[in-house]
Every structure is written in structure tokens, then in C-alpha cells.
Design a binder for this molecule. Structure first.
Ligand SMILES: O=C(O)[C@H](O)[C@H](O)COP(=O)(O)O
Ligand SMILES: [Mg+2]
Length: 306
């Protein structure tokens, strides 16, 4: 299958008329770090003017929804908390509503405030995470460590302050097969302002290696993320389009959910030109098996609809 490359005003008008719900990935589509993609704000305004439902679906677990709302506000992007779906939120809902974690049980977190705040919002107890005791580069000694018997889940997300102590503690829990191993998402890289950085998948990889266990990943492309959205929003999959910069998360998520898919090529570093997705990934002999329905350079291209 060859993706339809969009370029004319008519192309974008056809999309506007065809889809009522627009699900947007964030990193690499709306922004890279705190730098907005040109035209993103204008296009979201156009969609809202045409009474389209706009949802934000991000695998980035470093922030909880209220913190994302602050980022949207700071960048001048209209967004409402109930339109924002992050993998930290999806993981917390999965633990509370699907696993139904008993109140006397806890989660050992490898991750940042986003995960902690979403767990707390779901009334789930946790340890680890940003606990100052774990923010150390001192060597880890088992003699000074006591397992907390209440821990029955290890949840790992992007942690830009990862260290050996956190990995060693999480690994102590993962050696118990009755402890569930979850990751918020498995993205290999993260498109920041200055370039590509190791993603959440690169943070959980040492735990997979050490434990020999394969975690359940909650974020895109998993359906757990779409289930979270369906619990809050009605939408017709046939009139819904997922816009993303990564094939094995965003586009596969859309395909798994029976949605249409639009790939943009803005998940990149201006400095190094390193990209999340290259044209060669969707066209030609080395194309991926995950091919989007549509492709355009940037979400800003839809500005012509103004
Ligand atoms: O490593 C990560 O967590 C991801 O690169 C990042 O979070 C992706 O976010 P998204 O593109 O889904 O907004
Ligand atoms: Mg992205």
C-alpha cells in the first residue's frame, strides 16, 4: 500500500469534510520539546471552528493531564483536560479499573511526576519514582534494601533521572513472578527541542534484560489507550483520524483502532536533522510494513484551509 501524499487545498478540504474526530499525537506533531511546530495552533483553531472534536493522545508519561494543560496554555494552544490522554493516565486507569489493584497494594514506580500524579488521582499507592532517597548515584547495596511486601506492580515510564539504584530496586520486585510488570510506553526515542533523546523504551530495556520478562505496554499502539478514550468520548472510528509522527506507535495505534491515519514528518531535530520517521520508511524498497493512509510534511500544511 502506498500512502496518499497530501499537498493541495482540495486534498486537505477532503480530509476536513471526511473526519469529525481528530486525534493528535503531541511530541513530534504539535511540538518538539517546548518548540511549537509552525502552524499547529492555527490548524487546531480551524478544526475547532469547523466543530471538529480534537483529542490529544500522547505516550509521554512525564506529565499528568493538568500539567499538560499548563503546557498547552503556555504555548497558546487551546486544550481542555478531558481532551488530553497520556500514557501515565492510561496506566493509572488500567491499574485501578482493569487490574482493580486492592487498596493495601502498591506500585513501585520508575518514572517521573506524571506517573505519580496520575496514580494518586486514581487513589493508587506508590513508592519509588521521584522519592529523594532514590535520586542517588551512590552504589546500590542489597544489604541496605528491604522489599516492601505490599508492592504488586512495577510501572516504568520515561525517567530522565534514571540510575542504577532505581533499576536495582525495581529488579528486586520483578524477580517475584506474582509482581506485574507494566510500562507506560515503549518508544525507543524522544524528539526534544535539541534533538532525539533515548525514549521510555530505552529506560525500561535494562529491566527487561535483567528480569528476562516482557512487560505489558499500556500506551500507543496498545488498545488500552483507545479504551481510555472510549470511556470518556463518543466517536465513530470511521470518521476519526489519528495524526502522528511515529509508525510503530501512532500509525499502528490508529490502524489497530480502525481509525484513519495521517503521518507527519516533523518529529525531528532542527540541529541534527535526525528524524523519527523518514520518507524512505513509508515509500520504496525498505518501507515499513506499517503504512499510513495519508502523509504530509507537517500539520501546519493544513493552514491553507483558513
Ligand atoms: O519516550 C517517550 O516517552 C516518547 O518518545 C514520547 O513520549 C512520545 O510522545 P508522543 O509522541 O506520543 O506525544
Ligand atoms: Mg510523537
Amino acid at each position: 500500500m502506498t500512502p496518499t501524499r497530501l499537498s493541495t487545498k482540495e486534498d486537505y478540504k477532503t480530509l476536513l469534510d471526511k473526519y469529525d474526530t481528530w486525534m493528535f499525537d503531541c511530541d513530534g506533531v504539535l511540538w518538539n520539546g517546548d518548540r511549537l511546530v509552525d502552524g499547529a495552533v492555527k490548524v487546531l483553531e480551524i478544526l475547532r471552528t469547523h466543530k471538529k472534536s480534537v483529542l490529544f493522545v500522547t505516550n509521554n508519561a512525564t506529565k499528568a493531564r493538568p500539567s499538560y494543560k499548563k503546557k498547552f496554555d503556555k504555548l497558546g494552544v487551546e486544550a481542555h483536560v478531558d481532551e488530553i490522554f497520556g500514557s501515565a493516565y492510561a496506566a493509572a486507569v488500567y491499574i485501578s479499573s482493569v487490574m482493580k489493584l486492592p487498596k493495601d497494594k502498591k506500585v513501585y514506580v520508575v518514572g517521573m511526576e506524571g506517573v505519580e500524579q496520575e496514580l494518586a488521582a486514581e487513589g493508587i499507592s506508590y513508592i519509588g519514582g521521584t522519592d529523594p532517597a532514590d535520586q542517588t548515584l551512590n552504589s546500590f547495596s542489597l544489604s541496605s534494601f528491604t522489599r516492601d511486601p505490599a508492592v504488586s506492580v512495577v510501572l516504568c515510564g520515561l525517567d530522565t533521572a534514571i540510575n542504577y539504584t532505581k533499576l536495582a530496586k525495581a529488579f528486586q520486585y520483578l524477580q517475584d513472578p506474582s509482581v506485574t510488570f507494566l510500562v507506560t510506553n515503549d518508544d525507543s526515542t524522544y524528539p526534544s527541542e535539541g534533538g532525539l533523546l533515548p525514549g521510555a523504551g530505552a529506560v525500561s530495556a535494562p529491566l527487561k534484560t535483567a528480569s528476562g520478562r516482557e512487560p505489558l505496554s499500556i500506551g500507543k499502539p496498545a488498545s488500552t489507550m483507545l479504551d481510555c478514550i472510549k470511556a470518556k468520548h463518543d466517536f465513530d472510528p470511521k470518521r476519526t483520524i489519528m495524526v502522528g509522527d511515529r509508525l510503530n506507535t501512532d500509525i499502528l495505534f490508529g490502524q489497530n483502532g480502525g481509525l484513519s491515519t495521517l503521518l507527519v514528518l516533523t518529529g525531528e531535530s532542527i540541529q541534527t536533522r535526525a528524524r523519527i520517521t523518514h520518507v524512505e520508511d513509508i515509500e520504496g524498497p525498505n518501507a515499513s510494513s506499517i503504512i499510513p493512509e495519508y502523509v504530509t510534511n507537517s500539520i501546519g500544511d493544513l493552514r491553507v484551509l483558513a
